[in-house]
Design a protein around this ligand. Sequence first.
Ligand code: BG6
Length: 458
Amino acid sequence: MTGTVGRVVQRIDTLVILGAGGDLTSRLLLPGLASYLGSSRGSELLLIGVDRAAVTDAAWRDTVRSAFDAEPSALAKKVAAKSRYLQGDVTNADDLKRVLNAAPGRVALYFALPPAITMIACTALSTMPLPAGITLALEKPFGTDLKTAQALNRLLQSTLPEDQLFRVDHFLGKSTVLNLLGLRFANRVFEPLFSAENVERVEIVFDETLALEGRAGYYDKAGALTDMIQSHLLLVLALTAMEPPSSLSADDLRGSMAQVLRATRSWKKNGNSSHRARYAAGTVDGRSLPAYEHEAGVDPARKTETLAEVTLAIDNWRWAGVPFVLRSGKALGEARQDVRVIFKPVPHLPLGLTGVPGPSSLTISMKPATLDLDIVINGQGDPFTLERVPLHSDFGEGELNAYGEVLAELLECNTTLSVRGDVAEQCWRIITPILEAWKADRVKLDSYPAGTAEQIDW
Ligand code: BG6
């Protein structure tokens, strides 16, 4: 986001990854870092990996190099060659002090760790003097419910100012999600139409063909509602529905996001305007999958959903009465990942035009990066018969991948793409009545065969 307000004036000198041995580090963080280092924004830094296991610097550098392999720029090679590994237990204050002493200049501590461990490590950090300008970067999920998110915020905010806290959500780094800003606020043709007067319904969908992928340890306690809707999709909703910010500064952008999230609630007040389901045995892309409850590491008694759908309302002048339907599911036959704005019918169709083929709609696809405006015209064939015509455009990919974009912002000390503390809490507040309704079994747990491309008939 080089277009953020002002030039880069400060940079992180040392990036410390706590949880360096974890899957997140090798699968997402290091490739994201390679994307940043290979880009026009890349700048040299010292990379330090920290974890409990005894690993030599040489072995750690091999891990870094192989994760950097997809984008092996000269700068990435240099950073890999100089990177260091420290053995340490992040829940231990002495170990954390040792790590901080080994980190020169302005430091970012990246917690690539589960929320409970992050909480213990942050508690230990709050008891010690911290180097000037240090930034703490925290992975999602931020807490495990509203209470734990509030407690973590209290702890962090008593330790450091908000502009030294970076709550990571890689959806805010997706160029296709950021496209919502230009599309809405740099075009007169769309923005005036984004309101209850013109919009019938908004759908924000992230359906995946991916299944559990061996992540039962985390996912079985989270489920689709927490894993995808609480974090990612509510942020996409905020960018879709917020008022125009006057700038993309951290204060302005996040202020607009927070304002619309504060006005957002479950469509039915008791949380019952939601659906949940989990996949039964089936086939996805030629791969046979067992039923979710038979996947390794899953406890069927938890009733974890692999598909969640919620309908939300936004109580403000612009959106009153417009349902926002958010859905995300795993092991589906088709990966539909988009924001779809479905417009209302025209107030009056001139008599003589026949055959209305449904409403017009605007679809901003997150993957692949495309834009489709489906409009209704006549004149093809019988000039008095209406037909739907798609106007289609492919966006180019962003220069950086999503983690690269978020890391670039973190390393340039810019918090525009960090989830502000109150925003994280609002996201939990919005789904709390739904979580409660599910816990009390007020919403039945449906089932769908893995690989289904059909819309589930709730
Ligand atoms: C992660 C979720 O945050 O986002 C995963 O934990 C999900 O379950 C992933 O698959 C989707 O994002 P992307 O960018 O990898 O498609």
